[in-house]
Design a protein around this ligand. Structure first.
Ligand SMILES: NC(=O)c1ccc[n+]([C@@H]2O[C@H](COP(=O)([O-])OP(=O)(O)OC[C@H]3O[C@@H](n4cnc5c(N)ncnc54)[C@H](O)[C@@H]3O)[C@@H](O)[C@H]2O)c1
Length: 257
């Protein structure tokens, strides 16, 4: 799959950890110049430096995707450094805890929506004109199986991810004739720091979570990054407004139906 993103400038939010980190490395291995965005400065720099030290070209940009000024600055930094933006994966998201729908507070609801849904909209608001200016390209937003089918005890997060899917389809419709394809990837359980943290708090959930996957295992961040890179590449040239479930078969597991 080497070279899928040759001569492209590709940005990933939440690029400092997990799926975002694997995506930044995939972008590099596929030939792109990489813009690693994270609110965690140390993590973003570590990933950009890893790419540069293995012969690639990357910059780290510190930004909180829920802050409009930061998002504008992030796109400006990419264009100033590399002259254009062609591809983006809007991957940063936030959730906290697990409780029934009636137990969430308005503050918790707003914070989760702010990063997970509004953040994706803000990113596209500034990425789309830059990508159009560059002559076209593609965006992949990271949703979740929880946004496709709902997720008990995660009302704010699963609604935000459902919103990401609707937003992806809306953007795809608006930009289909303007040279920009917009798709979503919906991960199942993926072995990243956030799911490891979840299993630390609720160890009894580990086996049950794995069992929801028809393949009886979690995904690796690299397996998600492969799907993102494919959808951003010209190999996916007739695909837009699609939600690709990369979920080890959660949605076809007869035990979940
Ligand atoms: N890991 C899973 O099982 C799983 C399942 C379904 C969906 N997802 C989705 O995949 C994406 C990546 O998840 P992950 O498990 O790799 O997460 P992770 O926790 O390993 O990494 C997330 C990164 O995003 C950064 N980030 C968080 N809030 C930010 C903000 N406001 N602005 C900028 N950066 C911010 C964090 O600093 C971190 O580096 C998320 O959208 C998540 O909802 C993950």
């Amino acid at each position: 799959m080497e070279g899928l993103l040759e001569n492209r400038v590709a940005l990933v939010t939440g690029g400092g950890s997990g799926i975002g980190r694997a995506t930044a490395m995939r972008f590099h291995n596929d030939g792109a110049k990489v813009v690693v965005v994270d609110r965690n400065e140390k993590a973003a720099i570590e990933v950009a430096e890893t790419i540069c030290s293995s012969g690639g070209d990357a910059i780290a940009v510190v930004a909180d995707v829920s802050c409009e000024k930061d998002v504008e600055k992030m796109v400006t930094a990419a264009v100033e450094r590399y002259g254009a933006l062609h591809a983006a994966s809007n991957n940063a998201a936030y959730s906290s805890g697990f409780k029934e729908l009636t137990a969430w507070t308005v503050e918790e609801w707003d914070k989760i929506q702010d990063v997970t849904l509004k953040g994706v909209w803000l990113c596209m608001k500034y990425q789309l004109p830059a990508i159009e200016q560059a002559g076209g390209g593609a965006i992949v937003n990271i949703a979740s199986v929880g946004g496709v089918r709902g997720e008990a005890k995660m009302a704010p997060y699963s609604s935000a991810k459902g919103g990401v899917i609707a937003l992806t389809k809306t953007a795809a419709a608006e930009y289909a004739q303007r040279g920009i394809r917009i798709n979503a990837v919906a991960p199942g359980g993926v072995r990243t720091p956030s799911i490891e943290h979840y299993f630390k708090i609720l160890p009894q959930e580990k086996d049950a979570t794995i069992a929801t996957h028809a393949m009886r295992r979690l995904g690796e961040p690299e397996e998600l990054a492969n799907a993102v890179s494919y959808l951003l590449s010209d190999r996916a040239s007739f695909i837009t407004g699609h939600v690709l479930n990369v979920d080890g078969g959660i949605l076809v597991n007869p035990h979940n139906l």
